[in-house]
Write a protein that binds this ligand. Structure first.
Ligand SMILES: *Cc1c(COP(=O)(O)O)cnc(C)c1O
Length: 378
């Protein structure tokens, strides 16, 4: 059997070990040190929006702290894009709050501003003001931020941007993750760059960042002994992981280019196959890092379903995966309110993510091309 072609696998740049060696040489093997500071500075520079970044143990941890800093507590309601990875919604439950799910729109597959407004109005009518809005930039595609931010400010609700998949994506020239009160990044092993596991919270004030660092390091008050006035967390990034991150930052621009090339590759490949739509920027305002290339298949036109294609690829040891199953369809969230129609549901039924790693070779691409053409009888 030919080697496995993964959806998205870690791709080291070369200098990661240099930073890790430095950490060992100076015994900075802890959740603080020069790599943590250096990685945060690299990210702040890259995002280029005057932001302050706190490096954390995971994107999920960053979301959790963002909710805490937005004062989300037991019984509160938080609006969340339904079509996403469960990590966007789980931290709402960690706080004992209730997620209120909102449908996607067809251009970007992200939160529909119309359904968002409907949801907020109805929650107000129910006597509750939502405490925050979690919007996601799925597969790197920026959400319609102008419209989302305008609804959010009309009702004075803070926005938390889940940019875990969108490092390097831009909306109207501005980096994803820098629009909301908080932005969330992930450096999990399958993301566009990785620290083996890690995340970051993007803040706009020093107070917000300091509070995130305070909470992420067990909320120690300023005293010689261990004194606590708040519940703390162990969410800080280690200096070793941050060393990997610094090495990865050196190649981030290349990684974005390579991922975008993969979506180009699929656009060319599907150009003469009817019934297949590749997720692409709807206008010039949207710049996607194209973390994962994603398609929808209209079975009635294409003659095969997304599941047929997935199984055909698997026969040749090529990984692909259905789009995120919407949260309002997940058993664990079955009691949560939902607003919208069936856009996210349709996307889930017809959509597939295809191998998109920045480390795929020409040979890998030929294998993928051949198998896809065969599956569509081309
Ligand atoms: C990966 C991901 C997360 C979680 O990040 P971790 O670093 O794995 O905790 C959150 N939201 C989305 C949309 C993601 O893809």
């Amino acid at each position: 059997m030919s080697h496995k072609i993964w959806l998205s696998s870690p791709h080291m740049g070369g200098n990661e070990l240099k930073y890790i060696h430095e950490a060992f040489d100076h015994n900075w093997v802890a959740p603080l040190g020069p790599n943590v500071n250096g990685f945060e500075e690299d990210l702040e520079k890259f995002l280029n929006a005057g932001v302050q970044v706190a490096a954390l143990s995971a994107g999920t941890a960053a979301l959790h702290l963002a909710l805490i800093e937005c004062d989300v507590n037991y019984g509160d309601e938080v609006i969340c894009q339904s079509m996403t990875f469960s990590a966007s919604a789980n931290p709402i439950a960690y706080q004992g709050a209730i997620p209120v799910f909102v449908d996607s729109e067809a251009d970007t597959w992200n939160m529909c501003p119309v359904a968002l407004k409907e949801a907020i109005k109805d929650r107000f009518a129910n006597g509750k003001k939502p405490k925050a809005i979690v919007v996601v930039h799925l597969y790197g595609m920026p959400a319609k931020m102008d419209e989302i931010l305008s609804v959010a400010s009309e009702f004075d609700i803070p926005v938390i941007e889940d940019a875990a998949e969108a490092l390097g994506s831009k909306y109207k020239g501005k980096a994803c993750g820098t629009f909301g009160r908080f932005g969330v990044l992930s450096f999990n092993g399958n993301k566009i760059i990785t620290t083996s596991g890690g995340g970051a919270l993007v803040c706009h004030t020093k107070e917000d960042k300091d509070q995130a660092v305070f909470l992420s390091t067990q909320a120690r008050d300023d005293a010689p002994h261990y004194q606590h006035s708040h519940i703390g967390y162990n969410y800080r990034m280690s200096n070793i992981c941050a060393g990997i991150g610094r090495g990865q930052m050196e190649v981030l621009v290349n990684r974005i280019e390579a991922r975008r090339t993969m979506t180009e590759f699929y656009s060319d490949l599907f150009a003469d196959i009817e019934g297949v739509n590749v997720l692409r920027a709807p206008t010039e305002d949207f710049f996607s890092n194209h973390w994962l290339a994603a398609i929808t298949i209209d079975e009635a036109v294409a003659g095969i379903s997304r599941e047929d294609l997935r199984l055909a690829l698997l026969e040749d040891n090529i990984e692909s995966r259905p789009l995120w199953k919407p949260m309002h369809l997940q058993p664990v969230f079955k009691n949560s309110p939902y607003y919208g129609s069936n856009v996210a549901e349709r996307l889930f039924d017809t959509g597939l993510c295809l191998p998109s790693g920045s480390n795929l070779t020409e040979e890998d691409k030929q294998r993928i091309r051949k198998k896809i053409k065969l599956a569509f009888h081309k």
